[in-house]
Design a protein around this ligand. Structure first.
Ligand SMILES: NC(=O)c1ccc[n+]([C@@H]2O[C@H](COP(=O)([O-])OP(=O)(O)OC[C@H]3O[C@@H](n4cnc5c(N)ncnc54)[C@H](O)[C@@H]3O)[C@@H](O)[C@H]2O)c1
Ligand SMILES: O=C(O)C1=N[C@H](C(=O)O)CCC1
Length: 267
């Protein structure tokens, strides 16, 4: 009997998608069975120049793909609107989503969690797959108990669509569990240029930097009387996310609900 985990990847031509295709080819019990790409419908992955030489079909429509190809897991690395539709459709087909795509709304996350529970299958939505980034979030949550004055600086490449990053939002949510809501800075401060103080999450400020040359970086900066603490993580390439993708695929097979963030998986 074949115990392979049968995987569909959405977004195989993207920066993350290419790494994920490589990962699935390298892991012994992972099997790539199809890909979802908005171009090249009906072709084989191996027929498209610049894509890996793997003989699996390309679909543009996820429902058609999952209706034709038996699969266990969908890895989605696309864009926010598409990622949401893909996740929902996969759950409806009994296929377990592992989602790296960021930019989902709170309402979408709530709806997808209900659907995963209704179908009694696993789903992982991970704003950041890098193990170091998860630790950075956990350490920041721990520090916030003692240092409630905190600002988040996230820095990414300039092709990123969403701001603030999924990682920054998740970090702020985790910190907020350990920090009573409080306005950061002077009570009477005024922005003379709109946006100067960044986005406001329960009074905590998030600053988004977008520059060519960057990959994914975040600095959580705490300040107190006479001291400061900075917790920083840097991803220098997309391979840094792949151990988290592998862990997610392995884990999602044993879940029957939606898990948002690998902080809930790494103890
Ligand atoms: N969770 C993490 O650790 C992590 C790490 C890096 C990036 N990301 C997120 O992953 C996503 C992808 O990032 P990227 O840098 O690879 O972006 P990218 O722009 O390089 O790739 C996105 C791909 O999605 C494809 N796409 C768009 N619409 C599609 C559709 N309808 N069907 C199929 N494919 C479609 C595009 O053609 C493109 O190839 C983003 O949301 C990003 O924020 C998450
Ligand atoms: O490259 C991106 O885009 C990334 N997005 C994630 C986020 O929004 O937090 C994390 C890492 C890279």
């Amino acid at each position: 009997m074949n115990n392979n985990v049968r995987i569909v990847i959405a977004g195989p031509r993207g920066r993350m998608g290419k790494e994920a295709v490589k990962l699935v080819q390298e892991v012994e019990n992972f099997e790539l069975v199809a890909v979802i790409d908005r171009k090249n419908n009906g072709m084989m992955l191996s027929d498209v120049e610049g894509l890996p030489n793997v003989a699996v079909p390309i679909y543009s429509d996820i429902a058609e793909c999952l209706g034709n190809v038996p699969a266990d897991v969908l890895i989605d690395l696309t864009i926010p609107e598409t990622g949401y539709v893909h996740t929902k459709t996969a759950l409806q087909h009994g296929v377990r989503p592992v989602v790296g795509t960021t930019g989902f709304t709170k309402e979408q996350l709530t709806e997808l969690k209900s659907l995963a529970e209704e179908k009694e299958i696993g789903c992982i939505i991970a704003p950041n797959f890098a193990i170091g980034a998860i630790l950075m979030m956990k350490f920041s949550q721990m520090a916030a108990k003692y240092f409630p004055n905190v600002e988040i600086l996230e820095l990414h490449h300039d092709n990123k669509l969403d701001a603030p990053s999924g990682t920054a939002i998740k970090t702020a949510e985790m910190i907020a569990e350990n920090r009573p809501e409080q306005k950061q800075g002077h009570p009477d401060e005024k922005e003379t240029i709109q946006g100067a103080r960044g986005a406001d999450f329960e009074g905590m400020r998030i600053h988004s930097v977008r520059l060519p040359g960057l990959v994914a970086h975040q600095q959580v900066q705490f300040g107190a009387e006479g001291e400061s603490l900075t917790i920083r993580h840097d991803s220098y390439n997309r391979a840094s996310f792949m151990s988290g993708v592998k862990m997610s695929v392995d884990t999602v097979m044993n879940l029957n609900t939606l898990v948002y963030g690998l902080d809930n998986i790494i103890n």
